[in-house]
Design a protein around this ligand. Structure first.
Ligand code: ATP
Length: 202
């Protein structure tokens, strides 16, 4: 029987924006993913000390963002376990859940840059079948450096081809606070949700 290929897309999603959706959709096409689960992380270890919107709002926004796409689903794997929410632990849990299905972790180029600094990166990589990366403006990917630090990456890394998108959640939060334009960086229903709940107003 043919194995299913599952994309895992972890993030803070504060808010989910079109950069996330384009990455997830291009990865599905190019890496032939059968479905992609969005793993909302309540308190990412690498964003400690930064102000993050409530889990409830982020959860509602991710649900809205993916609701019209049958190939996307929300995973509560990080929500339903105590922190710290290291990606390696999440990967182990998903491996147990999905058995021998192929697990492909999706990330932006900035996250790939940081990968050697993640907690137990080698173990994280050993649990996964692949890594799908979409480049991001300002990322600084030095493949030879990455392969020296993590030789196992060589067989697992796949680049997703897409236009570079100068969009980040941080920039959207800042623009919303300053009453500057950000409307088209997010889906209309996310824009409405942000305004209705005044999420990024001080
Ligand atoms: P923030 O600005 O708050 O740090 P973010 O926009 O980077 O947030 P996250 O939820 O932290 O969003 O990102 C989840 C994943 O999506 C990360 O792997 C990140 O690299 C990737 N990603 C986000 N935006 C882009 C983009 N414009 N291009 C490529 N990858 C992206």
């Amino acid at each position: 029987m043919e194995k299913n290929r599952i994309g895992i897309f972890g993030g803070t999603f504060d808010p989910p924006h079109v950069g996330h959706l384009i990455l997830a959709a291009e990865a599905r096409d190019q890496l032939k993913l059968d479905c992609t689960i969005w793993v909302l992380t309540p308190n990412p270890p690498h964003k400690q000390g930064k102000e993050i919107s409530s889990l409830e709002h982020r959860l509602n926004m991710v649900e809205l963002a993916i609701s019209e796409d049958d190939g996307f689903a929300l995973s509560r794997v990080d929500i339903d376990r105590p922190g710290p929410h290291y990606a390696v632990d999440m990967a182990h849990i998903l491996r147990e859940t999905y058995g021998d299905k192929e697990l492909i972790y999706l990330m932006g180029g900035d996250s790939l840059d940081d990968l050697p600094k993640w907690y137990k990166t080698k173990e994280f990589l050993s649990v996964l079948d692949g890594i799908g990366v979409m480049r991001r403006p300002g990322d600084d990917i030095d493949l030879s450096e990455l392969y020296t630090a993590l030789p196992e990456l060589k067989d697992k890394l796949n680049f997703v081809t897409a236009p570079l998108l100068e969009i980040s959640a941080e920039q959207i939060r800042r623009r919303a606070r300053q009453n500057r334009a950000y409307r088209y960086y997010v889906l209309p229903k996310i824009y409405e949700y942000i305004r209705e709940h005044q999420i990024y107003q001080d």
